[in-house]
Design a protein around this ligand. Structure first.
Ligand code: NDP
Length: 253
């Protein structure tokens, strides 16, 4: 983790699960970010109690409301972040929030597909990155002395899943997850396009599979996943430290 030297980071879906775990581990780093923006739907609600308890102990933690399918909410969150950063950029945007529904090919519905797509593949990562936070990411890249792409400079990390891999088609016999799989495949494609479009601005874009984690979503696959949330996040933070030019546009485990 020593190499991850990030001045500011924003994590979506930060009130529980992997998002909360990332926030906690970032705050515990020997050299923590100056700003950790923990974005979630209702930072004052019951589902965000851990974040509420963390905030007084960590002046660098800012809990902000963000509903990733709502453009107005995204714009308001970006304005809050901009205010805190006082003219500097945002280094690392982690698009983690989303939903998964255990639905089979026969029972999938249009409504469900639209809802799941809205969080993973379209509104969430696209609005967040394209419209609202891109200027802040560009600013971080421009302010960096390094010419190399890295998470320390400016990066978008889209939390994907191995179940979105067309090559591997994992766990099909256990769980079909139609809309979830399709939306993650689309997210991987979006990541590729983001990498092509934003390379010139110095922004690294990578899709990351966190491993199968013992959280609500991982457990929904019908068997106990192998990784604790801490193991998954330690692994991901190590990967984030090592990302460079060759990794932009890729989908990593
Ligand atoms: P959880 O279901 O535990 O948490 C999901 C988070 O997303 C919650 O904070 C939830 O907030 C938030 N969220 C859902 N919809 C919205 C929305 N519309 N706006 C804002 N926030 C929203 O998931 P995990 O922590 O397990 O997974 C996190 C990421 O890792 C996901 O991208 C998932 O696909 C990926 N992943 C997870 C695996 C696993 O084994 N757990 C395996 C592979 C990938 P709220 O509490 O308000 O509902």
């Amino acid at each position: 983790m020593a190499g991850l030297c990030v001045r500011s980071t924003l994590v979506t879906g930060a009130n529980r699960g992997i998002g909360l775990g990332i926030v906690k581990q970032l705050l515990q780093m020997p050299n923590p970010p100056e700003w950790v923006f923990a974005a979630c739907q209702d930072p004052k609600g019951e589902q965000a109690q851990e974040l509420q308890h963390l905030a007084p102990k960590h002046p660098n933690l800012v809990n902000i409301p963000l509903e990733v399918t709502d453009a107005a909410s995204i714009q308001a969150a970006a304005a809050r972040v901009r205010e805190h950063l006082k003219g500097s950029g945002l280094n690392l945007l982690i698009n983690n929030a989303g939903i998964a529904k255990v639905i089979s090919l026969d029972t999938e519905t249009v409504e469900n597909i639209s809802q799941v797509y809205a969080t993973w593949a379209s509104a969430g990562p696209s609005f967040l990155s394209l419209q609202a936070f891109l200027p802040l990411l560009k600013k971080a890249a421009q302010g960096s002395s390094s010419s190399e792409l890295s998470c320390s400079k400016a990066a978008i990390i889209n939390m994907s899943s191995i179940v979105g891999s067309i090559e591997k088609i994992c766990f099909w016999d256990n769980v079909q997850y139609i809309s979830y799989r399709c939306s993650k495949a689309a997210l991987n494609m979006l990541t590729k396009f983001q990498s092509l479009g934003y390379r010139q601005h110095g922004i690294l874009c990578t899709a990351l599979h966190p491993g199968l984690v013992q959280m609500d979503m991982g457990n929904s696959a019908g068997h106990k996943p192998p990784l604790t949330v801490d193991m998954s996040i330690q692994g991901m933070l190590n990967v984030l430290c090592s990302l460079s030019e060759k990794d932009t546009g890729t989908f990593l485990d």
